[in-house]
Design a protein around this ligand. Structure first.
Ligand code: B12
Length: 215
């Protein structure tokens, strides 16, 4: 059964769910040459990858499949990123942001995409990488004179470390210096409100507006 109106988008989704590299990569080529919206292509890849993750959670699929699906997503991103860089989605203000996955979390695909989209939107992005401690994130934000701190968390077990960033900013009398935005599967708008983050970003596309709204 088709979920998507566009046949190529459907192929990307089906291929990602089935972890069929050739099918996905050739459909991504078609999508790009047909001029489909790059953010839509990224989003359908994400939706397919989420199905693999959900199956992993239900113990229908296992870690090797999760790794293969993640590798496929990254292969697809290698094709998409140059297109993303070519796009000029600059509208409204931009600023300097440091991005990191918080301590314990190595899921960096979403953070990489976010960084690429923000760059295309004119932001200066310092990507600090994954598994970053709160203290180091704040130190780098100071060093780069950032306006924003973006924290990505896909693991519920790592969430306390996101909260730790807010706490340490308060302890160091820096809370007003940086706007803190959080995203990733483990984060919800309610969580952001509870811990006192300035904003929540559902995906890379909407993050641009969310961040600009904070500036
Ligand atoms: C790929 C993947 C992996 C890969 C990661 C490879 C890599 N280099 O990143 C590998 C195989 C290594 C992996 C490992 C593990 N994983 Co994993 N993984 C996933 C999976 C399937 C997809 C994540 C992904 O890349 N999605 C695609 C990107 C594009 O989407 P995204 O990350 O959501 O990012 C978008 C938005 O969220 C947003 N965003 C993200 N961050 C931010 C930040 C800001 C500031 C903003 C504004 C927006 C924003 O923008 C992004 C682009 O649109 C998820 C399933 C899921 N539902 O997410 C599980 C999942 C996250 N993993 C899970 C688990 C349990 C693990 C392991 C513990 C498994 C194990 N037993 O070893 C390890 C943990 C490793 C660690 N210490 O971090 C669980 C987490 C459960 C939980 N609630 O804590 C999930 C949810 C699977 C599941 N349903 O059980 N994983």
């Amino acid at each position: 059964m088709s979920q998507f109106e566009n046949e190529t988008i459907q192929k990307i989704y089906d291929g990602m769910v089935a972890i069929e590299n050739d099918a996905v990569l050739s459909a991504v080529d078609t999508a790009l040459s047909d001029g489909l919206n790059v953010l839509d292509v990224i989003d359908v890849l994400r939706q397919g990858l989420k199905v693999v993750g959900d199956d992993f959670d239900k113990m229908i699929r296992f870690l090797p499949e999760l790794i293969l699906a993640a590798d496929l997503m990254q292969e697809a991103m290698k094709k998409i990123e140059p297109e993303l860089e070519k796009q000029d989605i600059t509208e409204g203000p931009s600023a300097t942001i440091v991005l990191a996955n918080i301590q314990g979390d190595i899921h960096d695909i979403g953070r990489n995409i976010l960084g690429a989209v923000l760059k295309a939107a004119g932001f200066t992005v310092y990507d600090l990488g994954h598994d970053m401690k709160a203290t180091a994130i704040i130190d780098k934000a100071i060093a780069y004179d950032a306006d924003l701190i973006g924290l990505s968390s896909l693991l519920t077990t790592s969430l306390p470390f996101a909260e730790e960033v807010i706490k340490q900013l308060g302890d160091r009398d820096l809370r007003d210096k940086f706007k803190v935005v959080m995203g990733g599967g483990a984060v919800t708008p309610e969580y952001c409100e509870e811990v006192g983050a300035d904003a929540y970003g559902k995906d890379a596309g909407s993050a641009v507006n969310v961040l600009q709204g904070l500036l």
